[in-house]
Design a protein around this ligand. Structure first.
Ligand SMILES: NC(=O)c1ccc[n+]([C@@H]2O[C@H](COP(=O)([O-])OP(=O)(O)OC[C@H]3O[C@@H](n4cnc5c(N)ncnc54)[C@H](O)[C@@H]3O)[C@@H](O)[C@H]2O)c1
Length: 348
């Protein structure tokens, strides 16, 4: 059994416990969190024997093979580098880091250590994403010339006052937090990660006025100022000639509470991911024919990022999210913020 440690006992941390249980090849042996109450409650609930108030002590525990990092974004890269240097395999929750420079340091540490490193993009494992990816690999869509990715929430900002709204601890707002999922999915399903230029516009219009709060976010400190984006738009031109439109918000005066999807447009067919469906114009009927029930094998039938990570450690499965892909996504995210700040298109 692989000995697995979890850093951060917040809202998303149970996914690591579930992933280990589902895998049958890893067991959670330790958890770390700076918040004593959350640390002890999490350990008691999940029957975890070792608890560490300091992440560094878990990272240097010689009895641990692999760690899951699920803390505020500002600590992702420093903890990932330390864990890799300490000989641990690492699965980092999204977003990769707060900047491309930080993410590059993690990839360098991963290469030096020879350990397995991945960013846990859980949405890549959903059925629609896997099936559309398989069809794209088979050339079903012809040339994919554009992608459209959006996640628009009416009142969906993480709890105000927590680290999510603080640039210092989060590195960015809705684009980094949920935009990363949609952007990553568009590039992954299309199989196209090479961007040429990025134009972005980000806005802070709700959280700074105490509006738009949803329910996510458990951690301290409270009372943090909100100085990140709660709306973000991007147009990305790919080297292939394809383009990607991205529209993200944590809050807006809109009808729907939550509306998200990724759409792929090809010369032979289109697709959406939620739910996974393809559409193809029928020349004879002159209508769009919807093929909703995609009978395709799943590349990752376990549909779980942790299972993929553990199997990759044992050499049984290829990593779904590679260093190179994660780094390219981070580079684009940096460029969206840079373009918005400078009001210029950024060439990569
Ligand atoms: N994959 C997904 O869909 C998904 C969903 C939610 C969150 N996340 C990511 O997971 C990470 C954690 O998010 P969350 O929603 O669980 O946050 P959270 O605020 O609920 O929990 C964060 C936890 O980290 C602890 N913490 C803070 N600083 C620490 C430190 N230096 N050392 C150890 N522990 C520390 C806090 O006490 C808290 O318990 C974030 O990076 C977030 O983007 C991913």
């Amino acid at each position: 059994m692989l000995k697995f440690g979890i850093i951060g006992a917040g809202m998303i941390a149970p996914s690591g416990v579930e992933g280990a249980a589902k895998s049958g090849i890893a067991e959670v042996v330790a958890v770390a969190d700076i918040h004593p109450g959350r640390l002890s409650a999490f350990a008691a609930k999940h029957g975890i024997k070792k608890t560490y108030p300091k992440a560094e002590d878990l990272i240097h525990d010689k009895g641990i093979d692999a760690v899951y990092i699920a803390v505020p974004n500002a600590y992702h890269a420093p903890y990932a580098v330390a864990a890799l240097e300490s000989g641990k395999h690492v699965i980092l929750d999204k977003p990769f880091a707060t900047s491309y420079a930080e993410a590059s340091r993690v990839v360098e540490a991963a290469r030096k250590s020879g350990k397995v490193f991945t960013v846990g993009m859980n949405q890549r494992f959903v059925e629609g994403a896997q099936k559309i990816r398989t069809l794209a690999e088979r050339g079903y869509f012809g040339e994919i010339y554009r992608m459209r990715a959006f996640w628009r929430r009416r009142r969906g900002a993480p709890r105000l006052g927590t680290w999510f709204g603080s640039r210092k601890l989060s590195g960015g707002g809705c684009f980094l937090d949920i935009g990363v999922h949609m952007l990553d999915l568009a590039l992954y399903t299309a199989g196209d990660f090479d961007a040429e230029s990025v134009s972005g516009a980000v806005y802070t219009k709700f959280g700074n006025r105490g509006l738009g709060e949803g329910s996510w976010g458990a951690s301290d400190p409270e009372g943090m100022p909100f100085d990140v984006d709660d709306c973000a738009l991007a147009l990305i031109r790919m080297k292939s000639g394809a383009s990607v439109q991205v529209e993200i918000s944590w809050a807006a005066h809109q009808k729907d509470g939550d509306n998200h999807n990724v759409e792929i447009f090809g010369t032979e067919a289109d697709a959406q991911l939620y739910p996974g469906e393809v559409y193809r114009f029928d020349r004879d009927l002159g209508t769009n024919v919807e093929a909703g029930d995609l009978r395709l094998p799943l590349k990752y039938p376990h549909a779980n990022r942790f299972v993929n990570f553990f199997r990759a450690i044992l050499g049984e499965e290829e990593l779904c999210v590679t260093h190179e892909q994660a780094l390219k996504v981070q580079r684009i995210i940096d460029a969206v913020y840079e373009s918005s700040a400078t009001r210029h298109e950024i060439r990569l």
